[in-house]
Ligand binder design. Structure first.
Ligand SMILES: C[S@@+](CC[C@H](N)C(=O)[O-])C[C@H]1O[C@@H](n2cnc3c(N)ncnc32)[C@H](O)[C@@H]1O
Length: 167
């Protein structure tokens, strides 16, 4: 297995620890089995900081100096929701008053999984989450025309998975 990225998902809110520093990030490890792997950058690009910036000298003088489709979101994922000027994808964790919140204690936000699904799989592909909780991963997969397979040891979570039938 080849480690392609160690992604830090940073969020501003969470449990307030008393006997250690409060945790404010989770790590996503992206491995591939070989050098032949899927990476779709365009669907997950974020707006460039200076989208109209142009080369001011050399052969490319006057041409755009950054990709007009936006820039690579980097391996640190953060959020200010819908703040396109910030260039960050700020994805908050699912808090108790969030409309997505279910009985699951550590549910991941669908937006977080959506970015992974879009970048690392193609339409029609299969996304497996062997620790699916209430099924955020399956929902993200179906929303983007992939197939989803989920497993969880807790029957209650499987029964109360997010309402996939409605999609
Ligand atoms: C962090 S939560 C999953 C969050 C979920 N993937 C999401 O996107 O919201 C981890 C889940 O793994 C399940 N789990 C833990 N050990 C397991 C095992 N040995 N087999 C299957 N599921 C397991 C737990 O019941 C829990 O729902």
């Amino acid at each position: 297995m080849y480690l392609r990225n160690r992604i830090i998902w940073h969020f501003g809110h969470g449990l307030h620890a008393k006997k250690r520093f409060s945790g404010r990030y989770e790590t996503i490890l992206w491995f591939t089995k070989s050098d032949d792997y899927i990476f779709n950058l365009d669907p997950v690009r974020v707006p460039s900081k200076y989208p109209g910036k142009r080369h001011y000298k050399g052969d490319k003088k006057g041409q755009p100096s950054c990709n007009p489709k936006g820039k690579n979101p980097s391996d640190i994922w953060e959020i200010v929701a819908n703040d396109f000027d910030s260039c960050l994808w700020d994805i908050p964790n699912v808090k108790s008053n969030h409309p997505e919140k279910t009985i699951h204690p550590c549910q991941y936000p669908i937006e977080l999984i959506e970015r992974i699904v879009l970048a690392l799989t193609n339409e029609g592909g299969i996304v497996l989450d062997p620790f699916m909780g209430v099924g955020s991963t399956l929902l993200a997969a179906i929303l983007h025309k992939r197939k989803g397979i989920g497993i969880d040891k807790e029957q209650d979570y499987c029964k109360r998975r997010l309402n996939l039938q409605k999609i």
